[in-house]
Ligand binder design. Structure first.
Ligand SMILES: NC(=O)c1ccc[n+]([C@@H]2O[C@H](COP(=O)([O-])OP(=O)(O)OC[C@H]3O[C@@H](n4cnc5c(N)ncnc54)[C@H](OP(=O)(O)O)[C@@H]3O)[C@@H](O)[C@H]2O)c1
Length: 196
């Protein structure tokens, strides 16, 4: 699959790009800097992953909206408010993914990967594990995202409609708090009981 990563030059985007490339996908890196990548070229991919900070999401998507019509757009943006990244703050639209869908009415936005740390993605020696909760209003788009999660070595689970992105995005500051509290890096999620 051809995957475009907007902000693919960043910590999270680079990790995703290298693991998906290893799984056989074609990767296009998006960047505001033409020397490092090309957001417009990334938007020509079949699946586009939004890997920019929350503060840059609206401007990035507004510019690309016509090119993202009909595409699966995986939004992993967490609306953190530095420096207080261990406290939940909901954005005006409820969730970054809901705001993305409002900016991209023709795209099939999925929220996912909010709890997958770049610390682990970027370490080629680290075997990825845990669950990735995937939400969205388009069933086929969610299935595409779940398949791509499997290609990272993780288990993707359908977590309901895009409105549930509020809960998924809000969980990241909780994990960031727990990283500090328990002196860990890159804590993630695993759902108990599915095998029972
Ligand atoms: N890091 C993690 O562990 C992690 C985990 C889950 C979710 N996330 C989410 O993933 C997204 C990226 O996180 P990151 O840690 O990879 O961030 P990052 O390294 O700080 O930035 C990612 C890229 O976004 C681009 N960018 C920066 N400011 C921008 C702006 N104002 N407008 C448009 N593009 C901008 C930059 O690329 P160019 O300069 O090349 O344009 C940068 O390389 C965030 O929304 C974050 O909440 C991160």
């Amino acid at each position: 699959m051809k995957i475009g990563l907007l902000g693919g030059t960043g910590k999270e985007g680079r990790g995703l790009a290298s693991r998906w490339a290893k799984a056989g996908h074609e990767i296009v890196i998006g960047s505001r800097d033409p020397a490092k990548g090309d957001n417009l070229a990334a938007a020509d991919a079949e699946v586009v992953v939004v890997c920019v900070p929350y503060g840059g999401q609206a401007e990035t998507l507004r510019e690309l909206a016509p090119r993202l019509e009909g595409k699966v757009v995986i939004d992993l943006v967490v609306p953190l408010v530095p420096p207080q990244v261990t406290r939940v703050v909901l954005p005006p639209g409820g969730a970054a993914a809901l705001e993305a869908q409002a900016l991209l009415p023709g795209a099939r936005v999925v929220g996912a990967l909010h709890h997958v740390s770049s610390v682990h993605l970027g370490d080629p020696e680290h075997a990825m594990r845990g669950d990735v909760l995937v939400c969205g209003d388009d069933a086929a788009a969610k299935e595409t995202a779940i398949t791509l999660v499997a290609d990272l070595g993780m288990r993707g689970l359908d977590a309901g409609p895009l409105a549930n992105a509020v809960a998924l995005e809000a969980m990241t500051p909780v994990l960031l708090y727990m990283n500090r509290k328990y002196k860990k890096a890159g804590l993630g999620l695993a759902i108990a009981g599915l095998e029972d």
